[in-house]
Design a protein around this ligand. Structure first.
Ligand SMILES: C[S@@+](CC[C@H](N)C(=O)[O-])C[C@H]1O[C@@H](n2cnc3c(N)ncnc32)[C@H](O)[C@@H]1O
Length: 415
């Protein structure tokens, strides 16, 4: 076994470095050349060499734990899955790992008509369909009456976001001083579980609209041995928690509300004096590719069903130009994230002046959370005033480098 594939597989779970996943695919193809030259699907597909190759333990480990945002890798896996379905070779370890991979990516791979036919009578359905969610009873914080919140809830009941397997604790910053944290719009609990480890002395409360997302979060919280109080409800009613928090985390949530500012006000109301809030909001400038794809979806009349999302993904995979840029986003590679990315029922986007207007009057802007490369670039751009909290400067910077906030504007405020 190559040491390099072994090392890179160990690093795979440290998803902070997006290059690791591409490097892993290259090492994999070097180690298992059969993956780079899969034959056409026929009775002769499953040679003994290929069966042995796909049972490589590092490949199996990767399949069970991570989604690799890479089109050639996806195409190879899609073909392998089809060949499993049609010929049912006796390779239980690989079948189990492929089931785990398909569960993780929520069956995002394209399904041909031939497969749909074969699926009517197969013991391998679990390669194509999720087992039902285990529903945990969850405490209700409030009724969900707001009409947009109802629509958003229904999206996340169908597609809890994000489906995740593990977290990376290696370079987690630990803060022992934080006492009371609210995760507003916690989804499937990745953020609240991170908070559980990052703030070991804090009581953690998390709320979300979606029962299915909260169930996933509760399952994961149990798996990690943490205690987190989960509530189902609208963050507009956060005051019903009857608590003041010294830290509120709210990432990727307010821009899905009818009135993001009303959501912000409701959170500010439960933030203690001097407390901090970390927000994540979409940048209009950075989402040019998303907006282009949304127009394509509208023109093609695609709905947010699994089949239409898969058909849309095929358009992107076969396209050149702007449509194909979406392949560069990790969210493209699972069903719930792809739905979240371009099929969302409600999405607001912001510019930096709008953020300034939106939060500036009510809280102190402490700065964006950016990676070290972007931070270096920013400091070089403004060597005489490298002030992280100068929103006017950041606006100039973003206009010059529109990809800067491709993920989101992640920033910290203080009350
Ligand atoms: C894109 S997901 C983000 C999940 C999580 N913050 C993360 O980053 O992994 C958005 C989540 O916000 C929740 N959400 C949206 N509007 C909400 C509201 N008004 N009150 C509570 N949760 C809300 C949704 O149910 C969904 O789970």
């Amino acid at each position: 076994m190559s040491g390099s594939l072994e090392r890179i597989t160990a690093e795979l779970e440290q998803l902070k470095d997006p290059n690791v996943t591409g490097t892993w695919v290259s090492a994999l193809v070097k180690e298992i050349p059969e993956l780079g030259r899969l034959p056409p699907i026929s009775n002769d597909f499953w040679t003994s060499d290929l069966k042995k190759a796909v049972c490589n333990p590092f490949f199996l480990h990767g399949l069970k734990n991570v989604i690799i945002p890479n089109i050639s890798y996806e195409k190879a896996l899609t073909r392998l899955r089809k060949a499993l379905l049609l010929f049912q070779p006796d390779i239980p370890d690989f079948i189990e790992a492929m089931q785990a991979q398909c569960f993780l990516n929520e069956y995002v791979f394209y399904v041909s008509d031939e497969e749909k036919e074969a699926l009517k009578n197969t013991p391998l359905r679990a390669l194509y369909e999720s087992p039902p969610y285990k529903n945990h009873p969850v405490l209700a914080l409030s009724d969900i009456e707001d009409k947009v919140s109802k629509k958003v809830k229904s999206q996340y009941e169908e597609n809890p976001y994000p489906r995740w397997a593990t977290i990376n604790k290696t370079d987690l910053e630990i803060d022992h001083t934080v006492r009371n944290v609210l995760v507003a719009g916690c989804g499937t609990g990745r953020q609240s579980v991170y908070a559980g480890f990052g703030f070991p002395n804090a009581k953690i409360t998390a709320i979300d609209l979606s029962q299915a997302s909260l169930s996933y979060a509760m399952e994961k919280t149990k798996e990690y041995g943490l205690e987190i109080a989960y509530y189902q409800g609208d963050l507009l009613h956060a005051a019903k928690l009857n608590q003041k928090f010294d830290l509120i985390l709210c990432s990727g949530v307010l821009h899905h509300m009818e009135d993001p500012e009303a959501g912000f006000d409701a959170l500010l109301d439960v933030l203690a004096e001097g407390g901090r809030m970390k927000l994540g909001l979409y940048s209009r400038l950075a989402r040019y590719d998303v907006n282009y794809c949304r127009a394509h979806i509208k023109q093609k009349g695609y709905q947010s069903t699994a089949d239409d999302i898969r058909a849309f993904r095929m358009d992107v995979m076969n396209a050149a130009g702007m449509l194909s840029d979406l392949k560069l986003r990790a969210d493209f590679y699972t069903l719930s994230r792809c739905r979240d990315l371009v099929f969302h029922v409600q999405e607001h986007q912001f510019s930096i002046p709008e953020i300034k207007e939106f939060v500036g009057k009510k809280a102190k802007f402490l700065g964006f959370q950016v990676d070290p490369v972007l931070w270096d670039q920013y400091q070089k751009e403004f060597p005489h005033n490298p002030d992280a909290a100068d929103l006017d400067q950041w606006h100039l910077f973003e206009q010059k480098y529109p990809h800067s906030f491709r993920n989101m504007y992640n920033f910290i405020l203080q009350k």
